[in-house]
Design a protein around this ligand. Structure first.
Ligand SMILES: C[S@@+](CC[C@H](N)C(=O)[O-])C[C@H]1O[C@@H](n2cnc3c(N)ncnc32)[C@H](O)[C@@H]1O
Length: 251
């Protein structure tokens, strides 16, 4: 039986769990950005019941804990190792695919950083979140937009996450049922000495969960050549990140 995409994504993040946290500086940036935006638009100091989807090693969890009073914090991740994040943050952990698990009731904050791009239907998950929020509840979500890893896409990689969407698509998904307080996006390039360093980096962060097939000597050589030819800069070869985010309140 072939593995389903969610299984592959889970295995990939589980494998890289120990190396993810210190490597994923772009994801750390967007988690901090989400929390600073929450504060900027006037989020309350306390959310009684908070639910974080795809908490991973806790970039967002830690920042949320530092900035808000969260008496009833529930974390979810498809990778069972994320139980350690819940233990460290005195939170309840729900393991499993967020689309399948039982969510808490009457949620005051639903938050997630760098996870919805793994959904085939990010809009469906956002709608599920809108329905699960208590009246007046807040939504703070980040993902990645269509420019994410544009270098890899342009040279034929199949590893791209399925649910890349721009800030306008996030807004369109919820604006009928929530008051959108802010939405934004950034293009943030990273630079690496060689294309092989790009691959190593992706492996260490586990974001290559949908990559298909193994490298051969010749496919690797072709990849390196194409990458350098198209994306060499004075700072090394580029890899583009395209973080997007939205913060909204249920009316
Ligand atoms: C790029 S990491 C982000 C982790 C953390 N939120 C952060 O900002 O660093 C994506 C996380 O989403 C989790 N994930 C992916 N698909 C998921 C799903 N269907 N349900 C729950 N978690 C999922 C992965 O296991 C991983 O921990």
């Amino acid at each position: 039986m072939t593995a389903q995409p969610a299984d592959k994504v889970q295995r990939s993040f589980s494998r890289s769990f120990d190396t993810y946290h210190d490597t994923a500086s772009q994801q750390a940036w967007v988690a901090d950005k989400l929390v600073s935006e929450l504060r900027r638009v006037g989020a309350p100091g306390q959310f009684r019941t908070a639910f974080e989807m795809g908490c991973g090693t806790g970039h967002l969890t830690r920042t949320l804990r530092q900035n808000f009073d969260l008496p009833d914090l529930v974390l979810n991740d498809i990778a069972p190792q994320a139980q350690a994040t819940a233990d460290a943050e005195a939170a309840v952990f729900i393991a499993g695919d967020v689309r399948m698990v039982q969510w808490p009731g009457q949620i005051d904050l639903i938050a997630s950083a760098s996870m919805i791009q793994w959904m085939d239907d990010p809009t469906g998950l956002l709608q599920q979140a809108v329905d699960a929020l208590a009246p007046g509840g807040w939504l703070a979500i980040s993902g990645f937009g269509p420019q994410q890893y544009k270098e890899l896409t342009s040279i034929g990689s199949t590893a791209q996450a399925p649910g890349l969407c721009g800030a306008d698509a996030l807004v369109a998904a919820i604006e009928g049922s929530m008051r959108v307080l802010t939405a934004g996006e950034r293009i943030r390039p990273s630079y690496f000495e060689t294309p092989r360093d790009v691959l190593k980096y992706l492996r260490r962060t586990g974001v290559n969960g949908r990559a298909q097939g193994a490298w051969t000597k010749s496919t690797l050589a072709r990849f390196e050549k194409d990458y350098v030819r198209s994306f060499a800069t004075d700072d090394g070869v580029s890899l583009t990140y395209h973080p997007v985010w939205i913060i909204a309140q249920k009316q």
